[in-house]
Ligand binder design. Structure first.
Ligand code: FES
Length: 156
């Protein structure tokens, strides 16, 4: 399930972490990086690897929106709909995205090119409304800016 390189890394990390439970986050990151998402099978594997209850791993995966329990599209668009973004027009941004991509929140397009997610505050309230594509933030969104972002992504 994990490469030899990552298994070695885990052994090294174990030396500096107080409990194996503290390694759940790094192990889940490694799995997601290697496989693109964290399947139920991967969660069971992690629980066994770290000797922690499956329920704990499941709780972590489902709590943090940065972990994906299903395969996601090539471009993962995460739109913040929390208070500041909502007050500055995130509803319109979501509406435009749904129309343009032909998918709703929490869905992946049939061609696996797009996944659209709604997320909580991403710490960019001063430049709301915003969205993230992977690790890249796009802020002070307007319909025109959104169109440019999507066009650029389509060309990639
Ligand atoms: S409310 Fe959207 S980034 Fe904080």
């Amino acid at each position: 399930m994990l490469s030899e390189k990552n298994l070695h890394k885990i052994e090294e990390l174990k030396k500096s972490y107080p409990t194996s439970q503290a390694l759940v986050l790094p192990v889940l990151w490694m799995i997601q990086e290697e496989h693109g998402y964290i399947s139920e099978e991967s969660m069971k594997y992690s629980a066994q690897l770290l000797d922690v209850p499956f329920g704990h791993v499941l709780g972590v995966v489902t709590f943090y929106t940065m972990f994906h329990s299903k395969p996601i599209g090539k471009n993962h668009i995460e739109v913040c709909t929390n208070v500041s973004c909502m007050l500055r027009g995130s509803e319109k941004i979501v509406e435009l995205l749904e129309k343009r991509l032909g998918i709703g929140l929490g869905e992946t397009s049939k061609d696996k090119k797009w996944t659209l997610s709604e997320v909580e505050c991403m710490g960019s309230c001063g430049t709301a409304p915003m969205l993230a594509v992977g690790e890249e933030y796009h802020e002070n969104l307007t319909p025109e800016k959104l169109e440019k972002i999507l066009s650029d992504l389509e060309l990639k």
